[in-house]
Design a protein around this ligand. Sequence first.
Ligand code: GAL
Length: 377
Amino acid sequence: MNFKRLFLISLFIFGITGKNIAQTINPGDIWPDNNGVHINAHGGGLLFHEGTYYWFGEHKIEGEKGNQAWVGIHCYSSKNLTDWHDEGIALSVSKDPESPIVEGCIIERPKVVYNEKNQQFVMWFHHELKGMGYKAAKTGLAVSDRVTGPYKYIHSINPNSGYWPENVCSIHKQPVPETTESSYCGGPGCLPAHPDTVNILGRDFEKGQMSRDMTLFIDDDGTAYHIYSSEENSTTHISKLSDDYLSFSGEYVRVFPNRYMEAPSIFKHRGKYYFIASGCTGWAPNAARLSVADDIFGPWTELGNPCVGEGKETTFGSQSTYILPIEGKKDAFIFMADRWNPENAIDGRYVWLPVQFDENGWPFLEWIDEWGLSFFK
Ligand code: GAL
């Protein structure tokens, strides 16, 4: 065989297989889908359904403009968590200027769960109204009968309007003092140190609570929880959803008061709940924070930074988004995080690492350049 023919054959083989096969996870690298295009599903979450994993995330476009939603929520499918097939846009933004999800609004951190009772896929996401920065602090709801969509947008709300949390303090029920103009944490006019003295919970009691960075968690009994940064990001709320997952039940707790946790992610291991979040520094990475509880409604105990080794102070340059239990494997979880690129949003990278457990059973994370699912015994 002459050299030219060999070259053409290898080009052909590479063309049909090479660019699509990623048998390992390479945190922080370009991650090509079945078309050879870098996966576009930022701030994402995973759903395992009938033998397939589905990855939903923010579709970003190039440049700083990509930090707003101009396309929608992108979906990918995979059998093995390394090769991802582009399933297209699951939820599209609207061209209608009257729609709350008009293009140019902010849609972040979508999570999809399956409701057995209604045989329906339910998506919740962080939603900010167009032109209002991060002020609206709402959570949006969309549903579909097909896992890959199209999802129908229902509405966006501030949760638990008219309900006090189970661990409400008497100060929250007192008259609400005049507060400073609310602002996104880290910006000018950031709220004073102790949120209870400002009583943001009481301020928002009637209209509903703020809900920014979020995740969903389904417990073993099928109960769904919506977990979000609330009270100007100062305090996390853990809220039980209704049985159909379509509304808030009014049962919720305030956790980590005044700790400014963002990027919540949660998993359950040997009867304990583990929560990994970040601090509140916008797109810039900071040290992850691990907490543990025997009951999802708490009390929660902070355990410190779960990351070890080089890069531990910045969660290896990333921010948590989801923790995936691997189907059919015991004690196997993947920590998923985003390495944001706010100047060119589409070029954000994915940092996926195995959750490891030390000799005392506490979870930890360490950087691995390249790894595969065989990592889990
Ligand atoms: C991050 C948050 C992201 C996005 C960003 C905007 O802290 O986790 O989802 O909202 O702030 O600055």
